[in-house]
Design a protein around this ligand. Structure first.
Ligand SMILES: [Zn+2]
Length: 230
């Protein structure tokens, strides 16, 4: 079983076998961050791409808790230059342990750059992750992406039962494309993310649900700060 806590936008805390894992940490400045939430430990950190809304809190959390930090090679190299230890850069197609989980880096149709002062630094390619749970189930964390045909491959290879999909539109897919993605992934449940943070991220779980009517796929609209079990 995994405990899932949405921290708003694209940020999630996962609890697996007593270990704590954060994905795409953006705490301070995140308009939907649940006040009162705080990490007490952090065993692993997964980052999908270099944009601020996915790693603005990475350095602070890494220095405080010394988790294993997993991202693409370019982001890990940049984090090391900022004094982050224990990075483990990887690339798409590879798999490695992230605390109690294993994570396979997947493709994403997006961009990736790192804002460093007034400079915009190359952030490698954007990605996502297949999360391999200790109990044998798999989940797909898409990161920021448009719909892409690779998702059919992930369904075939990993058979994920749960997908975390962006639905906000504008910078990522919206509800219509996310519904197609969910069908292509053949998942049982979708946790929508990357919506409602800013006015342009206008996609809603209700719109996704309408597009998935009759599919048997459940839209699992979790609330920031309310931990759910899967
Ligand atoms: Zn984003």
């Amino acid at each position: 079983m995994v405990n899932i806590t949405w921290l708003g936008h694209g940020t999630f805390a996962l609890g697996v076998n007593g270990e704590s894992i954060v994905i795409d940490p953006w705490l301070e400045g995140n308009p939907k961050f649940p006040s009162g939430f705080a990490f007490s430990r952090l065993d692993a950190m997964l980052i999908t791409h270099g944009h601020f809304d996915h790693m603005a809190s990475a350095i602070e959390l890494a220095k405080k808790f010394s988790p294993k930090v997993i991202a693409n090679y370019e982001i890990c190299t940049w984090l090391e230059s900022k004094g982050v230890a224990n990075t483990s850069g990887m690339n798409k197609g590879g798999r490695q342990q992230a605390g109690a989980l294993a994570a396979t880096m997947t493709h994403a149709l997006h961009s990736s750059s790192i804002q460093d002062g007034s400079n915009l630094i190359y952030g490698g390619e954007p990605g996502g992750y297949i999360l391999h749970l200790p109990d044998g189930r798999n989940a797909y964390f898409a990161g920021d992406t448009a719909i892409c045909s690779e998702m059919a491959l992930y369904a075939s290879i990993y058979k994920p039962e749960l997908a975390f999909l962006p639905i906000g539109d504008h910078y990522t897919m919206g509800p219509e494309e996310a519904a197609h993605a969910a069908r292509m992934l053949q998942v049982k449940k979708v946790i929508p993310m990357h919506y409602g943070t800013f006015p342009v991220l206008a996609g809603t779980p209700e719109a996704l649900g309408a597009k998935l009517a009759g599919s048997g796929i459940e839209v699992w609209a979790v609330e920031p700060g309310k931990t759910v079990n899967w």
